[in-house]
Design a protein around this ligand. Structure first.
Ligand code: ZN
Ligand code: ZN
Length: 186
């Protein structure tokens, strides 16, 4: 058993998840008329930007996939297959955490700012672009990457972290986002 091999297996699994993240989203996330549960949940997330599929559904699906592929990979490549399964599972969980966080909290790091612009552009403007959530790599590879200009946010779809007490865009995010219409004073 080699540590290098284990690391390589883990990285292969992690990379496989990022490709799965891209492929699922691009291939099934926006398939009009599809009854596929992934499509249904994803379109619900687009309709209500604060809606996330219940955890048990997502983790259930993840464990089902790993329950099947893990033993197969183990049989094929031994302990390295387990490392790959672990890389896949942990990167998937990280993705779930990051995706939710993009919607619920404002950015604190350069990566956080990039990820919000990249993903929220997909939500607010171009659902056929920027399918990767945690990385732009596969969007770049498959030609669906667009670096957004300032993103226009419909007022009723604004995320809670974007707004100040007056319900206007917080100054620190005004470079990246602007509300669609100024509030009408009454
Ligand atoms: Zn989202
Ligand atoms: Zn989408």
């Amino acid at each position: 058993m080699s540590i290098f091999g284990l690391l390589l297996g883990f990285l292969a699994g992690a990379t496989a998840w990022t490709l799965t993240e891209y492929g699922l989203h691009r291939g099934y996330g926006h398939k009009g008329g599809s009854k596929n549960p992934f499509t249904v949940e994803h379109l619900a997330h687009h309709t209500d930007i604060m809606y996330f599929a219940p955890g048990w559904k997502k983790f259930g699906a993840a464990f089902l996939v790993l329950g099947i592929t893990g033993p197969l990979l183990y049989l094929a490549t031994g302990i390295y297959g387990i490392a790959a399964s672990l890389g896949f599972a942990l990167t998937y969980l990280t993705y779930e955490f990051i995706h939710k966080r993009l919607h619920t909290h404002g950015p604190k790091t350069r990566y956080g700012r990039w990820a919000r612009r990249h993903h929220l552009y997909h939500h607010y403007k171009r659902p056929n672009l920027n399918h990767g959530v945690t990385t732009p790599i596969w969007d770049a590879v498959f030609g669906t990457l667009e670096v957004p200009p300032k993103i226009v946010v419909p007022r009723k779809k604004a995320l809670p972290w974007m707004l100040n007490e007056e319900g206007e865009m917080r100054a620190e995010y005004a470079e990246d986002f602007e509300l669609h219409s100024p509030r009408v004073a009454n």
